[in-house]
Design a binder for this molecule. Structure first.
Ligand SMILES: C[S@@+](CC[C@H](N)C(=O)[O-])C[C@H]1O[C@@H](n2cnc3c(N)ncnc32)[C@H](O)[C@@H]1O
Length: 364
């Protein structure tokens, strides 16, 4: 059976057909996960006593496995994994008989994950990977085959699942090159440290740069940076405002947050880093919020996540508090700001982006 998996702040539910419409924000149907588990459920691959799942996402079949440990840098998915009852680890330094992998979107991140999978396996262990055809499954399978010498492959749900067994014959030079892709590195001509797979991993986002140009230097009180990424906007805030009461970064991607820790200077301003799902709300209220909200762009643009960021921002501003945001020009956030009771003005725009400042006005 092909399940639809819905990840919500409350956890995970399947199959969705029995539960009515899922909340749009975290709807996540994962044919790659179905394909990953298919050869195990058909008995073609053996389920070992222990397995490590990189990019872990929950699935009912995994409940039948003796022990699966997950690694997941995305906070909403990590929460869903734990809420489904699975164990999670942040450091993965063991030697496993099976490493399963659902890689991220970037090529470098995927190749680095292949090398990481190899390093985490014991000799004779299996690396099993699933990737959607549209995400370059055939090419990645070929990459792995060239390094490992042989792979077994299954195709289903418009995805490929392929397995390579760890032997001494894997090409050490290519593995070393792939390992490098996973190392933190500097964005050329800047001091910023980034990592493959995180947002804007090889440049400063031009929308965020436009917002930074227009950020004021008169922030009072505390500032929250929602979806802080590797810390660009927080750093811009700090550079202009050295007397803040506090700066709190909220980011779902643990790897990006780790980079942000390296990218912010030592100052007298108390800084907190929260690995956090912004759509679930914030634990504090703020005088100022900065953000470049995420949105999903696929065949059609989905701004439900961006809207959730706006709701959280509106809920988390103190009366009189100000929101400073940037978005692609075509994204209709203004009506949402009005619905949330914020008074907004467009401060700048270029051919792609608009900078909006909004305010939670004092009650009269
Ligand atoms: C458009 S990027 C902006 C990143 C950073 N502020 C910058 O200007 O470079 C949006 C960020 O939101 C993060 N994000 C996505 N979903 C999130 C969620 N539910 N909670 C918190 N952060 C999230 C992404 O990982 C990404 O770093």
């Amino acid at each position: 059976m092909c399940y639809s998996i819905y990840v919500t702040p409350q956890g995970i539910s399947f199959p969705a057909s029995q539960r009515g419409s899922p909340p749009p924000i975290f709807r996540r149907v994962s044919p790659a996960l179905e394909t990953l588990l298919l050869p195990f459920s058909r008995g073609e691959f053996t389920v070992p006593k222990q397995a490590l799942f990189l990019g872990a996402e929950p699935h009912p079949d995994l409940k039948e496995w003796p022990e699966v440990t997950g690694w997941q840098p995305s906070k909403p998915l990590a929460d869903a994994w734990e809420k489904a009852g699975f164990g999670r680890m942040e450091q993965t330094g063991e030697s496993w008989p099976l490493v399963m992998l659902l890689p991220g979107k970037s090529r470098e991140e995927t190749l680095a994950a292949f090398a990481r999978g190899y390093d985490l396996l014991r000799d004779g262990g299996s690396l099993v990977v699933a990737i959607a055809n549209t995400a370059g499954a055939a090419r990645f399978e070929k990459d792995l085959q060239e390094v490992a010498g042989k792979v077994d492959s299954v195709q289903k749900h418009k995805c490929r699942c392929f397995r390579a067994v760890k032997t001494a014959a894997w090409n050490a030079a290519t593995l070393a090159e792939w390992r490098q892709f996973g190392e933190p590195r500097q964005i050329p001509s800047t001091e910023f440290i980034v990592e493959a797979g995180i947002f804007s991993a090889d440049h400063i986002d031009p929308g965020s740069a436009l917002l930074a140009e227009h950020l004021p230097a008169n922030f009072r009180g505390s500032v929250a940076d929602l979806g802080a990424g590797w810390g660009f906007l927080s750093r811009a805030v700090l550079e202009k405002n050295l007397k803040l009461k506090a700066l709190h970064l909220y980011e779902a991607d643990a790897r990006a947050l780790a980079c942000a820790r390296k990218n912010l200077p030592e100052t007298a301003v108390p800084i907190e880093y929260h690995w956090h799902d912004v759509s679930a709300g914030l634990p504090n209220k703020y005088e100022n919020i900065v953000m470049n909200p995420p949105f999903h762009s696929g065949q059609s643009t989905d701004i439900s996540l961006g809207r959730a960021f706006l709701r959280t921002a509106a809920d988390s501003l103190r009366t009189g508090g100000r929101l400073f945001m940037v978005a692609n020009r075509q994204l209709p956030y203004e009506p949402e700001l009005e619905r949330l009771g914020l008074v907004w003005r467009k401060v700048a725009e270029d051919s792609v982006y608009k900078v909006i400042f909004a305010e939670r006005r004092m009650l009269r």
